[in-house]
Design a binder for this molecule. Structure first.
Ligand code: SIN
Length: 279
């Protein structure tokens, strides 16, 4: 049996995987260990990788079909690869707020695979929050209140006209702002389809209200849940290394790309694996 070495990084999430070359086809045995590491640690990192966009996509396809983002311009010639770049002159970054990827879609992402091609000398870390811990640490009374509650997730506040990317000078071009109509209903407490564990499934970027309630009625509870979900004990913060690949389980985490490196360049490629309908 081929062993890979797993180095835990944080108590809330995070592990570094040694002994895997993602540019090469992966045996079923190694794939199984990587998949288990993702389930156990929520976000896993592979140092010193050298991937073409096609190899990056091939790795992602081991886990499922690949997402084509409806609002972000892809890497030329690779519709499944997001070219996440902040140039020295840009002020806004991509992903600079707590969110889970694509929750405005009916079948949100299983996970995203980020390849660090150019990292700033300082700053540009990413944080992940563990949504199992967020749920498990709630009181029994709050768990009972959330049981059966459904939330509305939409793309409008982020990608729509008047959304956070409108009129912002950025190297990344968002498309079709007037069509940012992605909308989905998801349970507020989701069961992870592989681990069977319950987790809190709302995020401040895309969750706008609870089904059957107004925004104003929903906001106080939503604010509490989003703040609670990203409390310090549930968070792992990662300092990127050049040529590192990070892979997060988007079903049970939220993430936040820090925007603290103005004047420097940061460039990543992201491949996103489609997931299934939350229950
Ligand atoms: C994102 O996918 O939200 C961006 C993450 C990052 O650039 O660190």
């Amino acid at each position: 049996m081929t062993g890979i070495e797993i180095e835990p990084l944080g108590s809330a999430a995070g592990a570094r995987i040694h002994g895997v070359d993602l540019s090469q086809p992966m045996s079923g045995n190694v794939f199984g260990q990587v998949r288990q590491a993702l389930l156990d640690h929520l976000v896993i990192f592979f140092p010193d990788q050298h991937l073409t966009p096609d190899q990056h996509k091939d790795f992602g396809r081991r886990f499922g079909t690949l997402n084509i983002h409806p609002h972000v311009k892809p890497l030329a010639g690779h519709p499944e690869v997001l070219n996440i770049v902040k140039e020295p002159g840009d002020r806004r970054n991509f992903g600079g707020g707590w969110h889970s990827d694509m929750t405005f879609q009916q079948e949100p992402a299983l996970g995203s695979i980020l390849y660090a091609r150019e990292v700033p000398a300082t700053g540009g870390d990413t944080m992940w929050a563990n949504m199992y811990l967020a749920y498990e640490s709630l009181s029994d009374g709050m768990k009972a209140l959330l049981d059966g509650l459904v939330a509305i997730h939409t793309a409008e506040d982020i990608y729509g006209a008047g959304g956070v990317y409108t009129n912002q000078r950025t190297a990344m071009v968002t498309m079709a702002a007037e069509q940012a109509s992605g909308r989905a209903e998801h349970p507020v407490v989701r069961t992870h389809p592989e681990t069977g564990r319950k987790l809190l499934y709302v995020n401040e970027a895309f969750t706008t209200k609870f089904k059957g309630m107004t925004r104003a009625e929903s906001q106080p509870l939503l604010d509490f849940l989003c703040r609670h979900a990203t409390s310090a004990p549930f968070v792992y913060r990662h300092r990127w290394q050049q040529d590192e690949v990070g892979f997060w389980d988007n079903r049970c985490t939220q993430h936040y790309a820090l925007n603290d490196y103005h004047g420097q360049r940061r460039a990543m490629h992201r491949v996103t694996v489609n997931g299934d309908r939350p229950y």
